[in-house]
Design a protein around this ligand. Structure first.
Ligand code: NAP
Length: 259
């Protein structure tokens, strides 16, 4: 069990990729503070963790709200004491054409996808520096490396911002022996992608089936990635084995964007 006595905060823990990483961490004995808005989904995971002998706490939080994030990290510390790892997986994706792009969607996308990663990182990293131990893992996207449009300006810009954030923080953290890395998934079949396909179909007058094919055809493997396929790399980047792997933004994308 690689994560026995290791305490990890996960945002976006209720669904999709974050949830799969939580399940992987439970299987390896981690103690967890789980953050998202959907309390029932977090509580289900807490029950699963406890049934496997892990300590776990559900902390319903809107990560776009700085004060709620501060409160969430304070609560996580109260429950778990030391925070050894942080996974940022909370994210939103809206489709909007740039000519009529709403400011609300733009700001909301940056608040959840970018600002929340800053709020959580700032809240945990100082103490990691002091202990000279810590792992931060940001779930970014192929959209952090290339444009995947159309109608994705806010999402792609937010994910490009996270690439710079991850690399810069990694350089700052390295002298303190703290590892900051990222995973950039391709299309992973989660609620986010199902929802995005429905919106895309509506925007471009296509059926959801036609849209599914358009999405799949972007990937050389011609299939969606399962959330569980992100987990082994995530666990490695959070583990003691990670060593000098720092500031990396590694794709799990079936060669969608082999950069
Ligand atoms: N699926 C893909 O193809 C794909 C590809 C590349 C990157 N990604 C990235 O991977 C991450 C996870 O995406 P996913 O595919 O797993 O999507 P998902 O299934 O829709 O899950 C998104 C997660 O973010 C949480 N979240 C959203 N807004 C929040 C808010 N304001 N406050 C707190 N939590 C919030 C959701 O929880 P609640 O709704 O319970 O709050 C949920 O746990 C995202 O950063 C996404 O951009 C996904």
């Amino acid at each position: 069990m690689r994560f026995t006595d290791k305490n990890v905060i996960v945002t976006g823990a209720s669904k999709g990729i974050g949830r799969a990483i939580v399940k992987g961490l439970i299987a390896e004995g981690a103690n967890l503070a789980l953050i998202a808005r959907t309390k029932s989904a977090l509580e289900e995971l807490v029950a699963e963790a406890k049934s496997k002998g892990c300590r776990a706490v559900a902390i319903p939080t809107d990560v776009a709200d700085r004060d709620q994030v501060k409160r969430a990290v304070d609560l996580a510390r109260k429950e778990l004491k030391v925070i050894h790892g942080l996974v940022n997986s909370a994210g939103v994706l809206d489709n909007e054409g740039i000519a009529n792009h709403s400011e609300e969607v733009w700001h909301r996308t940056f608040a959840v996808n970018v600002h929340s990663y800053f709020y959580t990182t700032r809240a945990v990293i100082g103490e990691m520096f002091e202990r000279r131990q810590g792992r931060i893992l940001n779930i970014i996207s192929t959209s952090g490396k290339v444009a995947i449009g159309p109608n994705r300006a806010a999402y792609v810009a937010s994910k490009h911002a996270l690439m710079g954030f991850t690399r810069e923080i990694a350089v700052e953290a390295a002298p303190h022996n703290v590892n900051v890395n990222a995973i950039c998934p391709g299309f992973v079949l989660t609620e986010m992608v199902e929802d995005s396909m429905r919106k895309f179909a509506k925007d471009f007058g296509k059926s959801v089936e036609e849209t599914r094919k358009i999405f799949i055809d972007k990937m050389p493997t011609k299939r969606f990635i399962a959330p569980e396929e992100v987990v082994p790399l995530a666990l490695f980047l959070l583990s003691d084995d990670v060593g000098a792997v720092m500031g990396q933004t590694i794709s799990v994308d079936g060669a969608f964007a082999p950069l």
